[in-house]
Design a protein around this ligand. Structure first.
Ligand code: AKG
Ligand code: FE2
Length: 156
């Protein structure tokens, strides 16, 4: 595993960082390290136990997911959560009161760095200055494509 990026997230009763909405991650794995938790009610990691596309369809049709199909993982100071959340439907459970601050480390495979579900339009929508394009292309050229081609070689 290697760290692609890390962010510090603040989540309170009115979070607008998007993680409270059901989503699947663009990166293959994430480590969430709680840095501070203050009188928090809610704010757990909630994972849909099922196929993520079926889950999205269910959400569109019913607006919510049945409680018995959810796994709720509380965050705890002094412990981190390492999870594979690409193509896995999840969210931060709504926070009723209090707040939490966490370090989120986005991870990818060292041997297979091309495993990535972040489409370019998504990256560009989040970072409209396009300053990241050269760095991104260098990563594709230097790391992703050589690793991908190596992984395609027939096994003898
Ligand atoms: O911190 C959490 O509970 C989940 C965060 C998350 O899903 C994300 O950052 O993509
Ligand atoms: Fe996520």
């Amino acid at each position: 595993m290697s760290v692609i990026s890390s962010t510090i997230t603040f989540m309170g009763a009115n979070p607008d960082d998007g993680t409270v909405a059901w989503h699947a991650d663009g990166v293959p794995a994430t480590e969430i390290v709680p840095l501070a938790m203050h009188d928090i009610d809610g704010g757990e990691l909630q994972i849909y136990h099922g196929d993520y596309e079926a889950g999205f369809t269910r959400l569109n049709e019913h607006g919510s997911l049945p409680e018995h199909d959810l796994i709720t993982v509380p965050h705890r100071l002094g412990a981190s959560t390492l999870a594979q959340l690409m193509r896995v439907l999840h969210r931060t459970a709504p926070i009723r009161s209090g707040y939490r601050v966490s370090l989120n480390m986005n991870l990818r495979s060292r041997d297979q760095p091309f495993i990535d579900d972040n489409p370019l339009y998504y990256l560009a929508a989040d970072n409209p200055d396009y300053d990241w394009v050269d760095q991104y292309l260098t990563d594709v050229r230097v790391r992703q494509v050589p690793a991908y081609l190596a992984s395609c070689r027939p096994v003898k």
